[in-house]
Unconditional design. Structure first.
Length: 274
């Protein structure tokens, strides 16, 4: 057997193992196969309005929520390297309307809109009865019709009365009230999501969405529908990111005497890979 044959054979075998190893590594860590295309590390002194818009809403955000969303620094600010969204019990007013609770909600619409990729957010979530923090995505163009025919991707929602459990959910199907949803919870082995920062992520590809907490994969969805189009509609269009804290609403119920205000969501970073 010639030396050159041995070299070629070893090289071929090495390439096979290298390719297999690379594929396995990429499956374990999908970011290795992707490029960072959008990020905010919140290292400045104020919100970057090239990346975010602050939503103002005098009547809450639907779902029978109790808060008013404002652009005040009391509710939305950048501080100590974090985006701070803060829910308060302060009878704030907007557009002639006063509500008992105020809060913050920001979005990347028309500043950051993506079709497929990995969205990763490191955040510390508030807890307590009636507190509803959420990191989620909405269709930018509503190509398939009104909610939820154009879809919603909930990367993480937390019911404040269940501080150790988060939910990852898809909303789709027909426009409300004939919409559908599917999802799965994730429960910490110990502690709560307000004790420390955790990294929440989705990997979104054609016909498949996966959810992760601190790198642990806990859910994959491959089945959904839209009355406005064929599969993989509605999750084949550009979506933007929304971060907010709601107060009250039909899913979480109202605050009670045990709820501490102000309640803060601290966001260390947002990164998008494609």
């Amino acid at each position: 057997m010639s030396h050159s044959f041995l070299v070629k054979t070893c090289f071929a075998i090495s390439c096979v193992f290298l390719i297999a190893g690379t594929a396995a590594a990429q499956e374990k860590d999908p970011k290795r196969a992707m490029k960072l295309v959008w990020q905010d590390e919140f290292d400045g002194e104020s919100l970057d309005y090239c990346k975010w818009g602050i939503e103002e809403n005098a009547f809450g955000g639907g779902n029978q929520e109790l808060q008013i969303y404002t652009d005040r620094k009391e509710n939305v600010r950048v501080e100590n390297g974090n985006l701070v969204l803060e829910a308060r019990r302060d009878n704030a007013g907007l557009s002639g309307t006063v509500r008992e609770y105020s809060s913050g909600r920001v979005r990347t619409k028309n500043r950051g809109d993506w079709k497929y990729g990995r969205v990763e957010v490191r955040a510390k979530l508030p807890t307590g009865a009636g507190i509803w923090p959420a990191i989620w995505m909405l269709s930018t163009e509503n190509h398939y019709g009104g909610w939820a025919a154009s879809g919603e991707i909930d990367i993480v929602e937390l019911k404040g009365s269940e501080p150790d459990t988060i939910h990852g959910t898809l909303h789709y199907g027909k426009p409300w009230p004939e919409n559908a949803s599917s999802g799965k919870p994730f429960k910490l082995a110990s502690g709560t999501f307000s004790d420390d920062f955790h990294t929440f992520a989705i990997d979104w590809s054609p016909g498949k969405i996966q959810w992760f907490v601190d790198g642990e994969h806990y859910q994959t969805q491959t089945e959904w529908s839209s009355s406005g189009g064929t599969f993989p509609a509605p999750f084949d269009q550009e979506f933007h990111l929304v971060l907010n804290i709601a107060v009250g609403g039909h899913w979480v119920g109202p605050p009670d005497d045990s709820t501490n205000f102000p309640a803060q969501m601290l966001v260390d970073y947002v990164r998008v890979y494609q």
